[in-house]
Ligand binder design. Structure first.
Ligand code: GBH
Length: 495
């Protein structure tokens, strides 16, 4: 009799332990100092494009002069009107319980002509108040100095293709540090140089240089020089404020299309062209551009009858100054691509894609979203993070953007699933040994998605663009994210 009860007790205990174990096993929790936040960018949310002394940016000019290039002929003239709704936006951040907020400063709002001899005090006031509101609510401000809205007057001088811009960017950064470095401790120089150099100077984003394989490399070169200038200036004059400076790079994982050796090699070439272009000069021990990039562009330039490589060359001094010029890596990651070996055909016309010489696709079986370029592939995130760990000696990484666009809806279950899937992959990468310090969801609110206008919606909060007050309302994903920020564990349910 006794042994029978004993047996039952053992079974019950075993079952209980098992339930406990599965619960513990399914719990995905992040360390106590892991920081959760959301991100936005000035031109995408602020509006007030010509208010209180702000100068014209290249995106103002582009949307006004080329409405046909923007979905539905939209502009960021008013956008989500965040210039007038700072307090309300901070209230949303408080509701989300985020630990940090990543936003960008509009260069022409602070320096209307782009040059530091003429400072627009109202621009300083706007960002200074935003920082104060954040700090008053225990939210760490993280500031991007450049998220694509170059002062038009500097574009008139050639923008990022003119080497002088490295000095003007330095002067602009100094003005910002001078006014905000007492309160802002986390800085990013650039958001996604790959995107704005390649699509802005090599393609059809503003300023639409449309000169792939030429102006995109000039842009990248000057952006890197500008980054190093600012990092070294900060190190010298502002390190005592206790702040840190990094750069934000975008990295879609490049998966070989097959196990064939040529496809494996092609994928690595793609990683070097799309990520190494900016990561190698800063994060590799050798510095400078990736060897494969230098070699391919040099060779193809020669075959196209150019007297020298279309990829500019750094001086030894620049190589040294760039090497190690980032306290951490800001990583924007959304999706994964498949890479196969290319035909090797070389056209007389320069092109970034011919230089890279591979074929990039996506697997049609991967779930689609509302952005043609974005398919849901969480495992690619883990691979990208591990690639960074192995290639660049495990730098501290802050995920500065990750998110998904969906049709307009309040009950956005798929956004919750996207975030949960990518955060699980991130958690796995941390178990692999990747030094990831935080995660930032793109985006707080629906915003102006560049040439896609308002047709792609990434917000945890919806914005009613048809109303003058641009009413914000939380989606299911906002409620989910609020649970996550409070516990630092992935919620098991989203209701
Ligand atoms: C981020 O870039 C931006 O930093 C942010 O401003 C933006 O709002 C967010 O994405 C969401 O779009 O030629 O069709 O393949 C993400 C990276 C976006 C760069 C899409 C490449 C490819 C367009 N990329 N782009 S396509």
């Amino acid at each position: 009799m006794q042994s029978k009860y004993c047996f039952i007790a053992v079974v019950v205990t075993a079952l209980c332990l098992r339930v406990e174990a599965t619960r513990a096993g399914s719990e995905v929790c992040f360390p106590p100092h892991f920081t959760f936040g959301v991100a936005t960018a000035a031109y995408q949310i602020e509006g007030a494009w010509n208010v209180s002394g702000k100068g014209e940016s290249i995106w103002d000019r582009y949307t006004h002069t080329h409405p046909e290039r923007i979905f539905d002929h939209k502009t960021g003239d008013v956008a989500a009107d965040s210039y007038h709704k700072v307090k309300e936006d901070v209230r949303l951040l408080v509701e989300l319980g985020v630990h940090h907020y990543r936003f960008s400063i509009s260069w022409p709002r602070i320096l209307p002509t782009g040059l530091s001899n003429d400072i627009n005090e109202d621009g300083i006031r706007y960002y200074s108040e935003l920082v104060d509101h954040l700090l008053a609510n225990n939210i760490v401000p993280m500031v991007t100095l450049y998220h694509w809205d170059l002062p038009q007057s500097l574009q008139d001088l050639g923008g990022w293709t003119n080497p002088i811009i490295a000095e003007y960017f330095h002067d602009y950064a100094k003005v910002v540090f001078e006014h905000l470095s007492d309160r802002v401790k986390v800085w990013f120089t650039f958001n996604e140089p790959l995107s704005f150099c390649q699509e802005g100077y090599g393609g059809t984003d503003a300023p639409a240089g449309n000169s792939s394989g030429f102006e995109d490399y000039l842009c990248g070169h000057n952006v890197l020089r500008a980054h190093a200038n600012v990092y070294r200036m900060f190190e010298r004059d502002y390190r005592h404020t206790g702040g840190a400076v990094g750069i934000v790079l975008d990295f879609a994982w490049m998966e070989p299309a097959s196990t064939a050796a040529e496809d494996q090699k092609a994928a690595e070439i793609a990683r070097q062209f799309q990520f190494g272009w900016f990561a190698h000069p800063i994060f590799s021990p050798e510095g400078d551009y990736p060897p494969v990039m230098k070699q391919r562009i040099n060779e193809i330039s020669k075959r196209q009858n150019f007297p020298r490589s279309r990829l500019p060359v750094f001086t030894q001094e620049e190589v040294v100054s760039l090497r190690g010029s980032s306290d951490f890596l800001g990583l924007n990651h959304y999706t994964t691509r498949l890479v196969a070996a290319g035909s090797g055909k070389i056209y007389p016309q320069p092109s970034f894609y011919t230089d890279m010489g591979v074929v990039i696709t996506q697997n049609p079986d991967w779930p689609r979203t509302n952005s043609t370029w974005l398919r849901v592939v969480p495992w690619g995130f883990r691979r990208a993070l591990n690639y960074i760990r192995v290639s660049y000696n495990n730098p501290p990484v802050l995920v500065t953007e990750n998110g998904v666009s969906l049709p307009r809806m309040t009950h956005d279950v798929r956004r919750v699933q996207y975030a949960a899937g990518y955060l699980r992959a991130l958690h796995e990468a941390m178990k692999d040994g990747c030094d990831v310090r935080g995660y930032t969801h793109w985006s707080l609110i629906n915003n102006f998605e560049w040439t896609r206008g308002y047709s792609e919606r990434f917000g945890l909060y919806d914005v009613e663009y048809a109303s003058a007050s641009r009413t914000r309302s939380p989606r299911l994903s906002a409620r989910y994210y609020a649970k996550l920020t409070r516990t630092r564990c992935l919620p098991n349910t989203w209701e």
